[in-house]
Design a protein around this ligand. Structure first.
Ligand code: HH2
Length: 284
């Protein structure tokens, strides 16, 4: 599959697979390739539509691993998952990692730098893959120090539209482009809330919107400082509201719970393609 066709009537659920020693919520758990592959398959069985493989943590304050190390972490896991029929996206900003991951069968490049690295758009254009352009103010090492906007919603929208236009000029097909406000990437609590409250502004651009807020710090802050492994309810609330606003992809750690909730939400929202069939309706 060269690109990822989005489902209609419900958001695609993107399961997070961090093959890193230091990611903010699951760092180290899936660092061994066998464990990573097993977890990717588990995410699929829990209802993920695609699995997002990342080899470099972008948590606030993180330092990037080398390209060689990223390749070593990511490519074998991508190849193994693809071989087992899992649709795979790769969370990277490096063109060489994207190139090798696409060659191994990935169908989406998810880039927190919105394809700004030299050569990245060309690699994606040539492969014909889907791409996710994410907004970030600053860089992971320092982005949470003092995020500052005049109008966060307008600035994020304008940045994403500008990037979409540029990557289209570099050969990426318009229908392959997704956009993402980058929750927590150079944003305060109020910035995150403003973006979530006004997600329709991004949806109205016509590009499919991806939302990734799973277990992030602002959810903990709104849940009496709940630790990272106890933020499920907040994660559900944020992604279901994003779904109601029109998000087409939701990127989460807790795939089983979010996928089931999203299915119910889709029925309530009235998406015809997602009503249970007559045969499967029982009174219970
Ligand atoms: N968030 C993270 C990483 N990649 N990609 C997109 N498109 N949107 C996001 O919001 C996003 C992302 C950070 O979360 P996680 O992968 O769990 O942590 P880490 O960066 O520490 O590996």
């Amino acid at each position: 599959m060269a690109y990822f066709p989005l489902p209609v009537g419900r958001p695609a659920v993107m399961g997070i697979l961090n093959v890193t020693p230091d990611s903010f919520s699951d760092g180290g758990r899936f660092f061994e390739p066998e464990r990573a592959i097993a977890h990717g398959l588990e995410l699929l069985s829990q209802g993920a539509d695609l699995v997002d493989v990342g080899g470099v943590s972008t948590r606030p304050g993180s330092e990037a691993a080398s390209e060689e190390e990223e390749l070593r972490r990511v490519v074998p896991v991508v190849a193994a998952l693809v071989e087992k029929g899992v649709p795979v996206s790769v969370d990277t900003y490096r063109p060489e990692v994207a190139r090798q991951a696409l060659r191994a069968g990935a169908c989406v490049i998810n880039d927190v730098w919105a394809l700004r690295q030299e050569g990245m758009a060309e690699v994606c254009a040539e492969a014909g893959c889907s791409v996710c352009l994410m907004h970030m103010q600053g860089e992971p090492g320092t982005m949470q120090a003092q995020p500052c906007y005049r109008d966060v919603v307008a600035e994020v929208r304008d940045f994403l539209l500008g990037r979409a236009r540029e990557v289209e000029e570099q050969g990426v097909a318009r229908e392959r482009i997704w956009i993402d406000p980058g929750i927590g990437f150079g944003k305060s609590l109020e910035h995150n809330l403003a973006l979530l409250r006004n997600l329709d502004v991004l949806v109205e651009t016509g590009y499919p919107v991806l939302l990734g807020a799973s277990r992030k710090a602002f959810i903990g802050a709104l849940m009496d400082s709940a630790p990272v492994d106890q933020r499920l309810e907040g994660t559900l609330a944020v992604h279901l509201l994003a779904q109601a606003s029109g998000a087409r992809v939701i990127r989460v750690h807790d795939v089983r719970e979010v996928a089931r909730a999203a299915r119910v939400a889709a029925a309530v929202l009235g998406a015809p393609a997602f009503r249970p069939s007559a045969a499967s309706t029982s009174p219970a």
